[in-house]
Design a binder for this molecule. Structure first.
Ligand code: NDP
Ligand code: MG
Length: 384
């Protein structure tokens, strides 16, 4: 029986991962959330977790009262996440928090020698070099949870990565596929949150609407599979049935298909290398009838272009672009900026950041902080 801990257990990925744990008898040692103390406590009780961390310190009392009389170690803040990331007796830590805050716990788990199931893509975008190098040094496995990266991982099983020519990274295109800049001027939060194929947390849903998500995934793929930018082709595939594909030396292309349901990649990461029953719908290709493919619109969707430029330049730029996006998405969700403002701000940060090499985690955290500060200041200065 495997034992896991989950950072971000109350979110979209976290709750689905707990369903996988329930179905497959995976023992849950520790759980962490940001501020949803009530749901976290319910999960801790249901799965008999020994540790619970609520990041927001002012929610600790609520968590304490929900778990009164139970033998659970309660934690808070970044120290709490780091404690969970360095527990003994955990086979895999699922990192499914949203945002750059996942970086330090990921590095802590690697330092401790614990394998990671990684949904938190911002970790690799901002700190890919450090994370991958540390994992190699410690012999730690990073199992991708993101559906595209899981597809690539699945397609390469039994094949040598040396024989990979490139990958096809599929994109649903989000709710605004085919729209022009003019069409997107008055997009509301509600429209942007209405994803055609996937039900996810709000930050990644906005990232999918701006195509920032595909830019983040482009960078994530480079680090996970040791690829150069020119080895990655992004293809818009509206049906989200082909989750991505790998092209090999002989021009054979192997893809992974399935209904759009995150349970499959979550389960594959947690139970690797076993393939067992998964509680998702059967894929009927004849119900779909046809699958479609087209090129992304790099001009309208500025975030995607910014990510590719950032990772091609390297250094701190991917961390800066990611930090700018996190700040801009939060501003959009709270009604402070327009939908197009997100792309404009991300592009501005890319163009105004003095690039430098990453030598340690502080370089990444500083690039993230500076980008967020820049965005916050610009939002006060003018309307986006
Ligand atoms: P959600 O917003 O649904 O959930 C985020 C989770 O992280 C919640 O449990 C939240 O707690 C927790 N959290 C946030 N900040 C902290 C913190 N500082 N400390 C501890 N916990 C924290 O996001 P998703 O599940 O949709 O996405 C999670 C990650 O997975 C993202 O990086 C996303 O890009 C990636 N991903 C998601 C997919 C999906 O289908 N949803 C698909 C592929 C990748 P609380 O509930 O208390 O706020
Ligand atoms: Mg994805």
């Amino acid at each position: 029986m495997k034992t896991i801990s989950i950072l971000g257990s109350t979110g979209s990925i976290g709750t689905q991962a707990l369903e996988v744990c329930e179905e497959h008898n995976i023992k849950v040692k520790a759980l962490a959330a940001h501020s949803n103390a009530k749901l976290l406590a319910e999960q801790v009780v249901k799965f008999c977790a020994e540790y619970a961390c609520i990041f927001e310190e002012n929610k600790l009392d609520e968590l304490k009262s929900c778990l009164a009389g139970r033998n659970v170690t309660l934690l808070t803040g970044m120290e709490g996440l780091k404690t969970i990331a360095s527990l003994d007796g955990v086979d895999i830590m699922l990192n499914s928090v949203v945002g750059m805050v996942g970086l330090v716990p990921t590095l802590t788990a690697i330092e401790h020698g614990t394998d990671i199931a990684l949904a938190n893509k911002e970790t690799l975008v901002a700190g890919g070099k450090l994370v991958i190098n540390a994992a190699k040094e410690k012999g730690v496995n990073i199992y991708p949870v993101d559906s595209e990266h899981s597809a690539i991982f699945q397609a390469t099983q039994g094949n040598s990565m040396n024989r990979v020519k490139g990958i096809i990274l599929t994109a649903s295109g989000g709710p605004f596929f085919g729209k022009t800049i003019d069409d997107l001027r008055d997009v509301t939060v509600e429209q942007a949150l209405n994803h055609p194929n996937w039900s996810m947390g709000s930050k990644i849903t906005i990232d999918s609407a701006t195509l920032m998500n595909k830019g983040l995934e482009f960078i994530e793929a480079m680090w996970l599979f040791d690829l150069r930018p020119e080895q990655i082709e992004i293809v818009v595939h509206r049906e989200s049935v082909i989750h991505s594909a790998v092209e090999f030396e002989d021009n054979s292309v192997i893809a992974q298909l399935g209904v759009p349901d995150m349970k499959i990649p979550i389960q594959y990461a947690l139970l690797y290398p076993n393939r067992v029953h998964c509680d998702v719908k059967h894929l009927s290709l004849t119900d779909y009838g046809k699958l479609t493919f087209s090129k992304p619109d790099y001009e309208t969707f500025k975030c995607l272009t910014a990510c590719i430029k950032a990772v091609t330049a390297g250094g701190i730029l991917p961390a800066a672009v990611n930090g700018a996006n996190e700040q801009a998405v939060a501003a959009f969700l709270s009604g402070k900026i327009s939908f197009l403002g997100i792309g404009e701000l991300v592009e501005e940060v890319l163009n105004n950041t003095q690039n430098k090499e990453i030598n340690n985690v502080d370089d990444i955290l500083e690039a993230d902080r500076a980008a967020r500060e820049y965005v916050a200041k610009r939002i006060l200065e003018r309307r986006f």
